[in-house]
Design a protein around this ligand. Structure first.
Ligand SMILES: *Cc1c(COP(=O)(O)O)cnc(C)c1O
Length: 362
């Protein structure tokens, strides 16, 4: 039997100072039952809780730790950077280096702006798309998550023409009036919306592999279809690659499925475990961001040297030949193992996988 007394106690103590004891809701284990684990340390593929239990860590901090815990190169790079200071409020060369590594992996990204989280990246990309097109409407898809951006916390209404409803109190109906939510993997649905309102739509934002509703791969030709529709109506196509970027392939889902978005949002892996987000794409669009252009976006800690150092070390390591092939082989083996184990236990499951993103549906 797993003993987690210290975690239970820590959870209770935290509850008096932190809402729900956690700083991000999934960590409370609410959806899966059980008590949240309080972590003492991680090493490689393992994570240790404060009761001294060791686990194989399949969560990897929800994505960023593709290299595992305490990767030597990453830690060394961060330590060396730390010696020179933690934040300057002025540019450093590290920011250019990380930008170059992203551009190299994703040719659709001609210019890129660093922020501090995936949420900030999607929020800023949407504002930019609106400023660039001078249009207000945004299309998003059911089941896709793009962070806790006000205008995206919306659920489709009961019919295609009814207004969406906010999925959280605190989001005014007015904030989501400009968000159209339609089903994922259904080209007819988006064609219909665009036939009626195409000229008013600023952007389409999508998780090219929907990782936030389990793992739902795009149907064959779906992403290409979105590209064609975007071109037809002058809509900015945004791939939210916060999860898929540097994960399903070195160049993300856009490399894997050979479809080029106008803007890409990134986070998770590009910070290698420190807080980093980024949005980038066509220079013509990115140059609309301040100070070059009129679309305002800023950040006191954006491009933070420690976070950049961690990201640089991570992305440099991911450039190594064969790394994604190895990841593919191991992920396939893990997914097949889970399938066999479930079937041996007489449990009916359905498995999806794109690269190292894998999911078991019960
Ligand atoms: C995690 C995630 C986000 C939000 O990133 P945060 O850093 O948690 O704000 C946005 N989009 C996708 C696809 C994500 O997986």
């Amino acid at each position: 039997m797993l003993v987690i007394d210290k975690s239970r106690k820590a959870f209770k103590e935290a509850s008096e100072s932190i809402p729900g004891s956690v700083n991000s809701p999934v960590r409370a284990f609410g959806a899966v039952g059980g008590n949240a684990l309080f972590i003492e340390s991680g090493h490689g593929c393992y994570i240790n809780d404060i009761d001294g239990n060791r686990y194989v860590d399949y969560v990897c901090s929800w994505g960023p730790l593709i290299l595992g815990h305490l990767d030597k190169t990453v830690i060394r790079r961060v330590k060396d950077t730390l010696k020179r200071g933690t934040s300057f409020g002025a540019p450093t060369e590290l920011e250019t280096q990380l930008a170059q590594l992203i551009k190299e992996a994703m040719p659709s990204v001609e210019k890129v702006r660093m922020v501090n989280s995936g949420t900030e990246a999607t929020m800023s990309a949407i504002r930019l798309a609106r400023g660039y097109t001078k249009r207000d409407l945004v299309i998003k898809f059911e089941g896709c998550y793009h962070g806790h951006v006000d205008g995206l916390l919306v659920q489709a209404g009961s019919g295609a023409t009814t207004l969406g409803v906010p999925t959280s109190p605190g989001v005014p109906q007015d904030y989501i009036r400009n968000t159209i939510t339609i089903p994922f993997n259904n080209l007819d649905a988006i064609k219909e919306v665009c036939r009626n309102q195409g000229a008013k739509i600023a952007c389409i934002i999508i998780e090219p592999v929907a990782g936030n509703m389990g793992v739902v791969p795009p149907k064959k030709g779906y992403l290409k279809g979105l590209r064609n529709i975007s071109d037809k109506y002058g809509i900015v196509l945004i791939f939210d690659e916060v999860m898929t970027g540097f994960r399903v392939a070195h160049g993300g889902a856009q490399e894997l499925f050979k479809v080029t978005p106008d803007l890409t949002t990134l986070g998770k892996i590009i910070g290698g475990g420190l807080p980093v987000g980024a949005y980038g794409g066509k220079a013509e669009i990115m140059d609309c961001v301040s100070p070059n252009g009129p679309v305002y976006q800023a950040g006191t800690l954006s491009g933070n040297p420690l976070a950049m150092a961690s990201g640089i070390a991570t992305l440099e390591k991911l450039k190594k030949r064969g790394i994604y092939k190895k990841l593919e082989r191991r992920s396939k083996r893990l997914s097949e193992g889970l399938k066999t184990a479930a079937s041996d236990a007489g449990i009916l499951t359905y498995h999806t996988r794109v690269g190292s993103m894998l999911c078991t549906f019960f």
